[in-house]
Design a protein around this ligand. Structure first.
Ligand code: TEU
Ligand code: CA
Length: 541
């Protein structure tokens, strides 16, 4: 029942692979491309249309590959260019496209361009980066790096500072230099010619900036640059592009995802991900989730982009904690609540993304600080210790928000190290793999995996999921998340109990006559007018 004239990515679900933690083929403890190749059948069984691959380019791995030293080669820890070609081909045979993760805001300080740029002020590559004169004592201004400390690093040989929004090993590229931009577009086309199906653009909102005026992102140059890049590299049939934009609001997203195709296919926006954070503070400084506000955020995006843009839908990625631990219950209702989150999100309009292990209901891990590997966590620990925060506070912050929660190795089976590696894993394996693993879940129809598989299939079969309007229901209800979709032919009703207490269902009458497509429970309850803890229902009319 494929609809004509609709881009594939409006009916597909995209699966994010964090290569380091997915599957290790050679026992060095680090996941790699040959490892991914052995899991393509698993992904085909799940039904996904594309893999978004976190960076596998050459990199000193200061930020796990988000610091690239060669955009046109594969880091030896992950494999070779031939492995990538094989991955493209083998995935293609299974109807799966490969989406690469382009980090264009910055490169590694070990990139050839930066090594050249540092040699002298008149080196041809000098202007590929952002330099300001100085005295080595007072940086050009107060701007801070995202990973702690000043955003300016002194280079004594040049008598200049360079600008870096992330670590010192991630110098910002100078997007105001047309030569640099052209060089990046050439590189993107080189990958597209190799058969790459799309690109995820890291921190796309940072490409336009004005550091002299304290502006790190969304400068007036931003959208012109994105449009130029789109004209130069993205106008190929079927190519999907998704920008990561923490700053995006609905109006901004309409530009990025303009249906005229002038910029990108869609952006990741993070409003729902900032909901447990004190405004203006860091992600570690948390407030309880305002559930009614959470619903309003989804409504604003669903209605705001309807017909005027395109949403991406996600609960997780490699920077975020596990959704079942953050928004639901990773204890006794882990399975029901993981399914509830899935049904809730996958009933909406947009392209859903599943982050590896989310389809199994993988959970956060209670890290000791010494077990962490992420540069962001390590910086936070250093800073907060210096500020006198207690060890208990720090550990709790890591457990709730640390990026390594998402990066513990994929839990394949009950074999040692969850079947991820035969060696020593680069990051601790969550010991709950004995209970939570793919091998156990693939075969059963009551698993979280089975729920995701069904949702992915439904999206291909039911046009209302792709095209239907979105109408929020019970907006002020403090426990239920409910909405209706309608495409003129079918109606879809999604009703979710977002919490761990049973609650009367005010929509019982409305549900009559609908066909239950999917529920977070395997069997109906005694009283259909009661929604059990984390009970979710998706009905078709
Ligand atoms: O993340 C963008 C970003 O702004 C992060 O600092 C984000 O705020 C943080 O991870 C939330 O915990 C992207 C990548 O997704 C991330 O992995 C990289 O570290 C970062 O860019 C730098 O490339
Ligand atoms: Ca390996």
């Amino acid at each position: 029942m494929k609809q004509m004239n609709i881009p594939w990515w409006k009916q597909a679900v995209i699966y994010q692979v964090y290569p380091r933690s997915f599957c290790d083929s050679n026992g060095d403890g680090i996941g790699d491309l040959p490892g991914i190749l052995t899991k393509l059948d698993y992904l085909q069984e799940l039904g996904i249309g594309a893999i978004w691959l976190s960076p596998v380019f050459c990199s000193p791995q200061d930020d796990n590959g988000y610091d690239i030293s060669d955009y046109q080669d594969i880091d030896p820890i992950f494999g070779t260019l031939e492995d990538m070609d094989r991955l493209i081909a083998e995935a293609g045979k299974r109807g799966i496209r490969i989406i690469l993760d382009l980090v264009l805001n910055h490169s590694s300080d070990e990139h050839r361009w930066f090594i050249e740029a540092k040699k002298s002020r008149d080196n041809p590559y000098h202007d590929y980066y952002i330099w300001r004169d100085g005295d080595g004592v007072t940086p050009p201004n107060e701007l801070k790096s995202g990973f702690g400390g000043a955003a300016w690093e002194w280079v004594p040989e040049l008598g200049q500072y360079y600008f870096h929004q992330f670590s010192v090993k991630q110098p910002d590229l100078n997007w105001d230099n047309p030569k640099l931009r052209a060089e990046l577009y050439r590189m993107i086309n080189w990958w597209a010619d190799r058969g790459i199906g799309g690109f995820r653009l890291d921190v796309v909102d940072h490409l336009g900036k004005d550091p002299d005026h304290g502006i790190m992102k969304c400068a007036p140059t931003l959208h012109p640059y994105v449009r130029e890049m789109s004209r130069a590299a993205f106008q190929r049939p079927g190519l999907v592009t998704v920008g990561e934009a923490w700053s995006a609001d609905v109006e901004g997203a309409k530009l990025y995802s303009n249906p005229d195709g002038s910029e990108l296919s869609m952006v990741f926006q993070f409003e729902h991900m900032k909901i447990d954070q004190i405004p203006g503070k860091e992600k570690w400084d948390m407030v309880p989730i305002d559930f009614v506000e959470l619903k309003k955020i989804f409504t604003r995006w669903q209605k705001g982009l309807y017909g005027q843009g395109w949403n991406s839908l996600f609960w997780e990625n490699h920077d975020l904690p596990r959704s079942v631990s953050r928004f639901a219950d990773d204890g006794i209702y882990r399975i029901e609540s993981a399914k509830m989150l899935a049904i809730l999100l996958h009933g909406m309009q947009g392209t859903p993304y599943v982050y590896q292990g989310e389809e199994l209901g993988m959970t956060n891990y209670d890290f000791r600080a010494e077990e962490c590997r992420d540069i962001e966590i390590l910086n936070m620990v250093r800073e907060r210790r210096a500020q006198g925060y207690s060890e208990e506070w720090i550990r709790d912050a890591i457990r709730r928000k640390g990026r390594d929660n998402a990066r513990t190795p994929m839990q394949w089976s009950t074999a040692p190290n969850a079947g991820f590696t035969t060696g020593e894993p680069w990051l601790v394996v969550n010991p709950n793999y004995r209970e939570i693993n793919a091998e156990d879940q693939i075969g059963r129809d009551d698993s979280v995996f089975a729920c995701y598989r069904t949702l992915i299939r439904l999206r291909k079969e039911l046009p209302v999921l792709t095209n239907g309007t979105y109408e929020p229901l019970l907006e002020e209800n403090r426990q239920l998340f409910a909405y209706r979709r309608d495409d003129g032919e079918h109606r879809l009703l999604v009703v979710c109990n977002f919490f761990g207490e049973a609650v009367p269902d005010p929509l019982t009458e409305e549900e009559k006559g609908g066909r239950l497509l999917l529920s977070s429970y395997n069997a109906p309850g005694d009283d259909p007018a009661i929604l059990r803890p984390y009970e979710a229902r998706m009905l078709l009319f």
